[in-house]
Design a binder for this molecule. Structure first.
Ligand SMILES: [Zn+2]
Length: 444
């Protein structure tokens, strides 16, 4: 058997995974056959075309990202569907939602179908396009939401991410519109007037560094408004990359009312603080830490971790935002906002949530696979590893720690904020519908 055969999908039809700890439990064999999980348990007598030794490895359902920037079409110098999904597979993902802020913007059936087709042809995981809420992300008129929902891409998540749908009337109309096809509006919550020229979390660090502040209230005010709007029209709201303790309180309140509000947090907001801009392994004023929403304070990080643990925040989403070197290695004020995150997400979550005792592996599977799949209405993902489920499985070795090496990453961009840090764990293998996309840590 060659790796070529695997990629072409001709050779291997059964794979036996030996001794994996499903959700961190007791060792179990997993037989993948014809794209699905055929059997689990003690399968000593089972025959398979290929056997994978998973002694000591944790088996998780394939991870699902609600928030990935694949940059194609338009910025293929930063990332493509092929390289971005390679990074996803290496990170243990079997499905990603591709954000709409491409060039052209994914605001018509034609563009979302183009991205969907690129995923079918070049994807190392499933690619589910996100549709823009407003035409051209301009915030003036609604995009073709219904046509995108009815297209071959079957769009269910709509977002102007990168920009906020700040007009309350447009936001209300979008929330009303998506009800017809069980869609959800994913809001990048940033009140634009309160954040003009903003560079860094508004606080002590921004004051000392002399950088224009991005105040927490600019996020919290939009989240509060949108929770009220979603409740008013009886629709589904998803809050992107929650970054402040105050936002957590608002979402907790909205959920206590029974409103259909969900939320995500990024790995970097679970681990890093605005102090990175001042002192870090990479030196002060390093724009590698410039991101939107900005890194916040240690108190915010604590609140975000607790909210992810108690379910107030539903899931982890990477906000993988590749940028070429020339857009990041410049002075802070001129640098692009964003960080890559697909290849490090699981290690960061282990560091922030598992090593701290806040989540066990079942909790990680819930927050990184089951819930994001449910929010995005991806029926083929996020299912428990049990007979009959699609054969989407990630094998993860939680032991050991390694320095983060940007040069070893497969994303086309290298703007990782974790260079200089040592993180636990590594993804050993990823299976998409019963076929490996990653084996022994390497792309198949
Ligand atoms: Zn965003």
């Amino acid at each position: 058997m060659s790796t070529h055969d695997l990629h072409e999908g001709t050779a291997v039809s059964t794979i036996l995974i030996r001794g994996a700890r499903i959700l961190g439990g007791a060792p179990s064999d997993i037989l993948l056959r014809d794209g699905v999980v055929a059997e689990t348990g003690d399968l000593a007598g089972a025959r398979a075309d290929q056997t994978v030794d998973a002694d000591g490895l944790v088996a998780l359902p394939g991870l699902v990202d609600l928030h990935t920037h694949l940059r194609e079409p338009g910025r293929e110098d930063a990332e493509t569907v092929e390289t971005g999904t390679q990074a996803a597979a290496r990170g243990g993902y079997t499905a990603v939602h591709a954000m709409a802020n491409t060039s052209p913007v994914a605001d018509t059936a034609g563009v979302v179908e183009q991205v969907w087709r690129l995923g079918q042809e070049h994807g190392h995981c499933d690619v589910q396009p996100v549709g823009a809420v407003t035409s051209g992300l301009q915030g003036r008129q609604l995009a073709e939401l219904g046509a995108m929902a009815d297209s071959a891409a079957r769009v269910r998540v709509f977002s102007d991410d990168g920009k906020c749908v700040s007009d309350a009337v447009l936001m209300r109309r979008a929330l009303e519109y998506v009800k017809a096809f069980d869609g959800v509006v994913a809001q990048h919550a940033q009140e634009p007037r309160l954040t003009e020229g903003a560079q860094l979390n508004e606080g002590e660090v921004s004051a000392r560094l002399g950088l224009t502040g991005w105040p927490a209230v600019a996020e919290e005010a939009i989240i509060a408004r949108d929770c009220l709007l979603a409740a008013h029209v009886g629709s589904r709201l998803h809050v992107c990359h929650v970054s402040t303790a105050g936002s957590v309180e608002i979402i907790r309140w909205a959920k206590s009312k029974g409103w259909d509000v969900t939320a995500e947090v990024t790995p970097h907001h679970l681990l890093l603080t605005d102090s990175c801009a001042e002192r870090s392994p990479l030196g002060p004023y390093n724009p590698i830490y410039k991101v939107n929403p900005p890194l916040r304070t240690a108190e915010d990080v604590r609140a975000l971790r607790e909210a992810l643990a108690d379910g107030t925040i539903d899931c982890v989403a990477t906000d993988h935002a590749p940028h070429p070197v020339e857009d990041k290695e410049t002075e802070w004020a001129a640098a692009a906002m964003g960080m890559i995150g697909l290849e490090t997400a699981l290690s960061v979550v282990q560091e922030a949530m598992v090593e701290t005792g806040l989540l066990d592996w079942a909790g990680v599977a819930d927050r990184m696979s089951a819930r994001p799949a449910r929010i995005g209405r991806l029926t083929g993902h996020g299912r428990p590893i049990e007979p009959g489920a699609p054969g989407n499985v990630t094998l993860y070795d939680p032991s050991g720690r390694q320095p983060v090496d940007p040069a070893a990453m497969v994303s086309k961009s290298r703007n990782t904020p974790y260079e200089g840090l040592t993180l636990p764990g590594r993804v050993v293998a990823t299976f998409l519908r019963g076929r490996p996309t990653v084996l022994e840590g390497k792309l198949v």
